[in-house]
Design a protein around this ligand. Structure first.
Ligand SMILES: [Zn+2]
Length: 169
């Protein structure tokens, strides 16, 4: 699959899918509790009270065959992906929510805010995934660099998120 060639076709598909999933995540998720609101604020979210955290058994997957194939090709939304942020909706697989992970996702929320919405975010993010790959995409590097803001919420008994082993979009 030549992702560079299909990028213009992918963008409207991913944008409409993401917008729909965001609505569902906002409807089913819960507001952040006080400590996580503070984390969201610290990683740069302007309106942290709008975030909804949806703990799910499985992350939402696109039905569209082109989107599915692209996600597979990019190595995202697979079994090792633990979280996904779409606008103000943060989806986290049950049992995977750690302070660092939520801080990472909240940083993505801040990126959506800075971009000006789902469509504008994906115009940049998708191009980065295609050009740099998940690990080196600047928006992912930026989110990883903010994970420490959530570290204080993790006690010794909590599981840690190892960046090398997990993915969180
Ligand atoms: Zn990420």
């Amino acid at each position: 699959m030549d992702l560079h060639a299909v990028l213009p076709d992918l963008l409207p598909l991913v944008t409409s899918w993401a917008a729909l999933q965001e609505v569902q995540g906002l409807a089913t998720g819960a507001p952040l509790h006080a400590a996580l609101l503070l984390v969201a604020r610290h990683v740069g979210v302007v309106h942290p009270w709008l975030i909804r955290l949806a703990l799910v058994e499985a992350l939402p997957l696109p039905d569209d065959p082109l989107l599915r194939a692209a996600a597979q090709h990019l190595g995202v939304l697979g079994p090792d992906t633990h979280a996904l942020t779409l606008g103000y909706a943060v989806f986290v697989r049950a049992g995977c929510a750690t302070g660092r992970l939520v801080a990472h996702e909240c940083r993505h929320v801040a990126q959506y805010e800075q971009a000006g919405g789902v469509a504008a975010f994906f115009a940049v993010y998708l191009a980065q995934l295609v050009q740099c790959g998940y690990d080196q995409a600047p928006l992912e590097r930026d989110a990883c660099a903010h994970e420490w803001h959530g570290a204080a919420l993790e006690g010794d008994g909590h599981q840690k998120v190892e960046a090398a082993e997990t993915k969180c979009l």
